[in-house]
Design a binder for this molecule. Structure first.
Ligand code: FES
Length: 121
């Protein structure tokens, strides 16, 4: 979910990406530290709304992309490349497949100055 951060101390030191780097209606993959660990993250943009999720499927913990940074995505559904779980976009709920009813894990983020930032817990 897009969070409106209001001070410069509540986000990570480096942005994840510039807003314009995320294809319209698309997704961008970045590796960033979350709780001190490098994690593959997927960054979804719908208009001005941005969501950041761990690139980890709740079914068997596999990556969602079929190649690094390459996702099966249409207007409102993201498919897991491993076994085909379907996730509603941008909310991240699994709507079909082996983990129906579970969700992608979202990472708190903020959009500021044309960039996407992580918001530490
Ligand atoms: S790991 Fe994603 S559907 Fe099995």
């Amino acid at each position: 979910m897009t969070h409106d951060a209001s001070s410069s101390t509540d986000v990570t030191a480096e942005p994840l990406c510039a807003l314009h780097e995320i294809p319209g209606g698309g997704v961008l993959e970045r590796v960033a530290r979350v709780d001190g660990e490098p994690e593959s993250l997927l960054i979804l943009r719908r208009g001005d709304e941005v969501h950041v999720f761990f690139n980890v499927c709740p079914h068997a913990g596999r990556r969602l992309d079929f190649a690094p940074g390459r996702f099966m995505l249409d207007a409102d559904t993201l498919l897991c490349a491993a076994h085909g779980a379907a996730f509603a976009i941008p909310g991240g709920a699994c709507i079909a497949g082996p983990c129906r009813g579970e969700r992608l894990r979202e990472v708190r983020s903020a959009v500021r100055d044309g960039h996407v930032w992580l918001v530490p817990a």
